[in-house]
Write a protein that binds this ligand. Structure first.
Ligand SMILES: NC(=O)c1ccc[n+]([C@@H]2O[C@H](COP(=O)([O-])OP(=O)(O)OC[C@H]3O[C@@H](n4cnc5c(N)ncnc54)[C@H](OP(=O)(O)O)[C@@H]3O)[C@@H](O)[C@H]2O)c1
Length: 358
């Protein structure tokens, strides 16, 4: 596996990493398949996928425990990235969260400690100041951010002590919006870009021009569609994709995804088949419920304030409504959607990515 540096100041990592969201549960612990999950992570490490991404939120902490079991005795060859949740960004909470992650991961130092989501109700300088102290105490090696927009990122960089080495954000063929702003921003700032959900959470296109293009390229090189996608992303300067895989065949494929070279024609064909721009859909045309919004930290009011202040939002995901051609049903981004409506009203077009029904 090729190794690459995360940004100009960051650690050297495998050019394809290993995501862990879902191993041991998504947002609640699921201990039914622990041994299989640990074996999958160990297999990923043996294959060279030595950059592991996890979070205190994954499996409500259980995923970190599984990662800890898998890396026991071999941490020196592995770069472990974990994340502090947005409800834990106050100084005393950051310290408590980091201690919790260290304990569950069973390591002395977190290689990359990332703020999972911004939370503008806590001053970023207080959070980053605490992370600086954690670096100085040897509890974390590098600092990273996740899901920040350009505005929040600029503010964070302006008050950072130790360098912020990477931004983790969604980047895949379905959602290429970061190419317009965040990617050039990170490059200019010398930060790496960790691409999460690089395989669009397993929703590979199955029909249309995108699917035909990917299958054509995969056949030409004797590879799989997932390998073409990962190869395409990893060739973008500064980008490290972190696919999650629990299935041994997937792990093998992902570890070999850079063992071939896409030619200019392949790159251009993928570029053409997958548009980098989201659609703009008047918010009233989107049907969404408000259930569970009170559980989000930050909540819609805080996020609405950020939008009013000029922060761009990650596009919401919609599907055409089956019973009404003028409407779309929301499938992802409930919080962002309601924050947008609060900030901008229902007439303004909300950035949206339209998924075609399977
Ligand atoms: N910072 C954030 O807010 C954030 C948000 C989302 C994700 N993440 C991080 O990014 C990681 C990856 O993103 P993700 O888990 O959302 O989605 P993803 O990596 O895009 O997709 C994972 C899905 O793809 C399948 N898969 C993996 N390799 C494959 C292959 N070679 N061929 C076909 N299917 C394959 C997996 O199946 P199997 O498991 O069955 O192998 C799984 O169903 C996460 O695990 C997490 O660490 C971070």
């Amino acid at each position: 596996m090729i190794r690459t540096r995360l940004g100009k100041d960051g650690p050297f990592v495998s050019a394809i990493g290993l995501g862990t969201w879902g191993l041991g549960g998504r947002f609640t612990a699921d201990a039914r398949h622990d041994d299989l999950c640990v074996d999958a992570i160990k297999m990923g490490l043996d294959l060279g996928l030595t950059f592991i991404d996890t979070a205190e939120a994954y499996g409500a902490g259980h995923t970190e425990r599984l990662v800890g079991r898998a890396v026991r005795g071999r941490h020196s060859d592995v770069c472990i990235a974990t994340k502090v949740s947005p409800e834990h960004l106050r100084p005393e909470d950051v310290v408590r969260a980091a201690e919790g992650s260290l304990r569950r991961l069973d390591i002395d130092c977190i290689d990359l400690y990332q703020i999972h989501w911004p939370n503008s109700s806590v001053p970023i300088e207080a959070t980053l100041g605490t992370m600086d102290r954690l670096v100085e105490q040897g509890k974390i090696r590098f600092i990273g951010l996740s899901n920040f927009g350009c505005r929040g990122l600029a503010k964070a960089l302006s008050c950072a002590g130790h360098p912020v080495v990477a931004l983790q954000t969604e980047y895949n063929l379905f959602d290429r919006t970061i190419e317009n702003d965040l990617l050039p921003f990170c490059r200019k700032a010398g930060m790496g870009l960790i691409a999460y959900s690089p395989l669009d959470q397993g929703h590979s296109p199955t029909r249309g021009m995108g699917a035909e293009t990917l299958v054509g390229i995969a056949d030409k090189h004797g590879r799989t569609v997932a390998q073409v996608i990962l190869n395409w992303l990893a060739r973008v300067q500064g980008v490290v994709p972190i696919p999650k895989a629990g299935n041994p065949a997937h792990l093998r494929e992902n570890a070999a995804a850079l063992d071939f070279t896409l030619d200019e024609e392949d790159v251009a064909a993928v570029d053409l088949a997958f548009a980098p721009r989201p659609a703009a859909i008047p918010a009233w045309r989107v049907r969404a419920d408000t259930k569970g919004l009170q559980n989000f930290v930050p909540g819609p009011n805080e996020l609405a304030r950020d939008i009013v202040a000029g922060e761009a939002i990650k596009p919401i995901r919609v599907v055409p409504a089956p019973d009404d051609p003028s409407r779309f049903d929301l499938v992802e981004g409930k919080l962002r959607y309601w924050a947008w409506v609060k900030a901008m009203g229902a007439e303004r077009a909300v950035p949206a990515l339209v998924r075609q029904p399977a």
